[in-house]
Design a protein around this ligand. Structure first.
Ligand SMILES: [Zn+2]
Length: 54
């Protein structure tokens, strides 16, 4: 029986579970998108954005 895990923020199903930091106040797990988004929010300026387009 596979339990489908979902992102605590966007509710998408997860290929890989990212553990949110306690200070983010997120229940459960995060998808890669939300995880990197949270990271960049939490560490402004120190985290390079992945999807840079110009
Ligand atoms: Zn997500």
């Amino acid at each position: 029986m596979d339990e489908v895990k979902k992102c605590g923020l966007c509710n998408n199903s997860l290929d890989h579970e990212y553990h949110p930091m306690e200070t983010w106040n997120v229940k459960g797990y995060l998808c890669s998108k939300c995880y990197s988004k949270k990271l960049s929010e939490h560490y402004p300026g120190t985290h390079e954005r992945v999807n840079k387009s110009n």
